[in-house]
Design a protein around this ligand. Structure first.
Ligand SMILES: NC(=O)c1ccc[n+]([C@@H]2O[C@H](COP(=O)([O-])OP(=O)(O)OC[C@H]3O[C@@H](n4cnc5c(N)ncnc54)[C@H](OP(=O)(O)O)[C@@H]3O)[C@@H](O)[C@H]2O)c1
Length: 258
């Protein structure tokens, strides 16, 4: 089998949450470029529409669907819209996320709930929705959750975020166990630091620059450096026997220091 065949996503329908910027924007383009019909979901519809136009101009197929993943009742209608356009969603990239930075003593109940609503509840209810539909249709599928190195380790002012990403990693394990019987694979990508809107301000600070120096590769990543891992997990031809894995892509950031 050639590499083009291995990662060919023709016939797949991928829904990417948080596709209006950063990693999600990149993920949507990569999936479309490899043959998937792509459903772009987020709150900023103007940005989604611009990306739809870009994907179509490149010969891909895409639609935009407005979705706030923290709004649980809005999730089923978003999948209805996806299904009406392209058929059953077979690949879900649970990418929408916020950092909600705050020292623990200052964190308000609203800040805490906001992070959990987007990063945990949103991931769970989107996964549940796609799994229900795949099971009903008797179709195999792949759920890819975007975790973080903070699924494993701690960072100052990010206790809510790290807690939420720990939950995403554990949710990935447990859903993999329970959805295997439906031929639905559930894996996660745990990126290290990649320059996007979520962290641009931080990496401009002395603390951010110091953090870069502590990464063994001494740089933060480009979003394109997740392309291979995304395609691996999306394609059942490439990773049909992978489920429950969390793939760390971090330039060595998590290696124990000597
Ligand atoms: N960048 C990194 O270094 C890094 C490292 C590890 C993990 N991650 C994870 O990667 C994912 C993407 O982050 P990013 O770096 O690409 O950040 P980003 O540029 O800030 O993008 C976040 C995306 O999430 C969407 N989003 C936020 N809240 C939402 C909601 N309630 N409903 C639907 N969409 C929502 C945003 O779209 P709208 O505002 O239009 O809704 C946006 O498209 C996140 O889960 C993040 O935790 C990032």
């Amino acid at each position: 089998m050639t590499s083009a065949d291995l990662f060919d996503l023709t016939g797949e329908v991928a829904l990417v949450t948080g596709a209006s910027s950063g990693l999600g924007e990149r993920f949507a383009q990569v999936l479309a470029a490899n043959g998937a019909k792509v459903v772009l979901a987020a709150r900023r519809v103007d940005r989604l529409e611009a990306l739809v136009a870009k994907i179509r101009a490149g010969g891909g197929e895409a639609i935009a669907v407005e979705l706030d993943v923290a709004d649980q009742p809005a999730i089923a209608p978003a999948f209805d819209a996806a299904e009406a356009a392209f058929g059953t969603v077979t690949i879900l990239v649970n990418n929408a996320g916020i950092d909600g930075s705050s020292p623990p003593l200052d964190m308000t109940p609203e800040q805490w709930r906001n992070v959990m609503s987007v990063n945990v509840d949103g991931v769970w209810f989107c996964a549940q929705e796609v799994a229900r539909r795949l099971a009903a249709a008797g179709r195999p599928g792949s759920i890819i959750n975007i975790a973080s190195v903070l699924s494993f380790r701690a960072a100052r002012t990010l206790s809510a975020y790290a807690t939420s990403k720990g939950a995403v990693r554990q949710m990935t394990h447990n859903l993999a166990l329970e959805l295997a019987r439906y031929n639905i694979r559930v894996n996660a990508i745990a990126p290290g630091y990649i320059l996007t809107e979520i962290n641009r301000d931080f990496f401009a600070t002395p603390g951010g620059q110091a953090m870069i120096k502590r990464i063994p590769q001494r740089r933060i990543a480009e979003a394109s450096e997740l392309d291979g891992t995304l395609l691996l997990l999306a394609s059942s031809k490439a990773s049909g026997y992978m489920t429950g894995s969390t793939v760390v892509v971090d330039g060595g950031h998590m290696l124990p220091a000597d």
